[in-house]
Design a protein around this ligand. Structure first.
Ligand code: AMP
Ligand code: MG
Length: 406
């Protein structure tokens, strides 16, 4: 079977995945979601002129001959509305965030003052300029201003900004529900002693975590054995209740690799079963069942993770409304601090590495260990994949493109 170039395989998968509908969600539910329309500020931030310091609100002109004494005519806490104005020769004790009282045009920080006569008067030690330590209404955002364009992924900071403008909800592409299913007669997931031939199900937790990190809702579909009936019922249930399903195992050329068989049947023959020119993560089965994309990833733990990175994650991000330029992990050029050898085999190799920005201002990479696709430990310790084109690899001190995973 001919190997399919990575870019071709990726395009086939992406072409079959479309953005989910928009919805209005509360800010509390919006972390990681992508805006579908530009968002503006309904009100200015800050909403009123206020003090950036604990201290005294004064008329700057009164402090010109500092040190000077001013009469303290009131005290203002954050949250309180100003009562008395500040007249000539007067000051108001004021706490950070409290509104500027009428008449005052500057703040003298408390560290530059001392109280006199039990607080009825204050000694101002330094002259203030008008505007000192005053935060103006609209400094951050003016009312009506565009805050974020459509296509913005909402980070914690973005949510804080939206809350600061008085918004309680935002229009976004709704969060995708993504089911994760493990397949294989050999899998054990309850910590019980292993019989010969059995192994622990590690893929499910890993893939659920990757789905969650992609800002999707991760749905545990459990595991099923290598029987067509089991896989059919698990896939049918998963595709009926989720926006996408990610499976691992059963897509290779073994005698019991039924995922591709069942997926072909459930997708009405629209499944593509590909041998991608990449190592790890060569086999991939992809099909759409009743409108729900199914990513049939390989079972080897490293392969399933890498395949998720190459195909499922970009597709899920497209479904979640990310623009085309934002679907893939960022790539940078890095210096190889040790040789990354390989043999020519017609495939792109993705090598598990640790990448770190060093003092020369460049990323440097080292392999995290042996590279076979069952060695999950070396994958877990990697924070990047070095992309080695077909050939003999890269010498020490050479450069290589790396996909940053974190
Ligand atoms: P398969 O793709 O089903 O041929 O599986 C390839 C290899 O991955 C086999 O050694 C499986 O035992 C292993 N494998 C499959 N599923 C999992 C899983 N959920 N967790 C850990 N290893 C798995
Ligand atoms: Mg299997």
């Amino acid at each position: 079977m001919a190997l399919i170039p990575l870019a071709t395989a990726r395009s086939r998968v992406l072409a079959a995945c479309s953005p989910l509908p928009a919805a209005s969600v509360t800010l509390a539910e919006a972390l990681g979601l992508v805006t579908t329309a530009a968002v503006d500020a309904p009100e200015p931030v800050p909403p009123f002129d206020n003090t950036a310091m604990d201290g005294y609100a004064v008329r700057a002109a009164d402090t010109a001959g500092a040190p000077v004494h001013l009469r303290v005519v009131g005290s203002l806490a954050a949250g309180a509305a100003p009562g008395v104005p500040v007249g000539a020769g007067e000051a108001v004790r004021i706490m950070t965030g409290a509104p500027m009282p009428a008449g005052a045009d500057a703040i003298v920080m408390v560290e530059r003052t001392s109280t006199v006569d039990g607080g009825t008067s204050v000694l101002i030690e330094v002259a203030a300029q008008a505007g000192d330590h005053v935060r103006r209404a609209g400094d951050d955002l003016v009312a009506g201003q565009e805050v974020f364009p459509a296509g913005t992924q909402l980070s914690p900071g973005h949510l804080g900004v939206l809350a600061s403008t008085g918004r309680t909800a935002v229009e976004v592409v709704r969060r995708a529900r993504v089911g994760v299913l493990s397949t294989g007669d050999e899998l054990v997931d309850d910590g019980s002693p292993l019989r010969l031939g059995q192994i622990r199900d590690s893929n499910r937790l890993t893939l659920l975590g990757l789905v969650h990190e992609a800002a999707c809702e991760a749905v545990d579909l459990g595991r099923c054995g290598d029987s067509e009936d089991d896989i059919r019922s698990a896939l049918s249930a998963g595709t009926a209740t989720c926006d996408a399903v990610v499976t691992s195992g059963g897509v290779s050329v073994g005698d019991f690799d039924y995922v591709k068989v069942v997926l072909d049947e459930l997708s009405g023959g629209s499944m593509v079963w590909m041998q991608v020119a990449v190592k790890p993560a060569k086999p991939l089965a992809f099909g759409v069942v009743g409108g729900t994309p199914v990513f049939g990833l390989p079972g080897n733990p490293v392969s399933s993770m890498v395949s998720f990175e190459l195909f499922a994650r970009p597709a899920l991000r497209k479904m979640m409304g990310h623009p085309p330029s934002q679907l893939d992990r960022p790539r940078v050029i890095a210096v190889t601090d040790e040789p990354l050898p390989r043999r020519p085999d017609g495939k792109v190799h993705l090598v598990r590495v640790r990448a770190a920005a060093e003092e020369d201002g460049r990323y440097h990479v080292r392999s995290t260990g042996a590279q076979q696709s069952h060695l999950l430990w070396a994958m877990a310790r990697a924070n990047a994949l070095a992309v080695l084109p077909d050939g003999t690899g890269v010498d020490q001190g050479g450069t290589v493109q790396v996909m940053l995973l974190a």
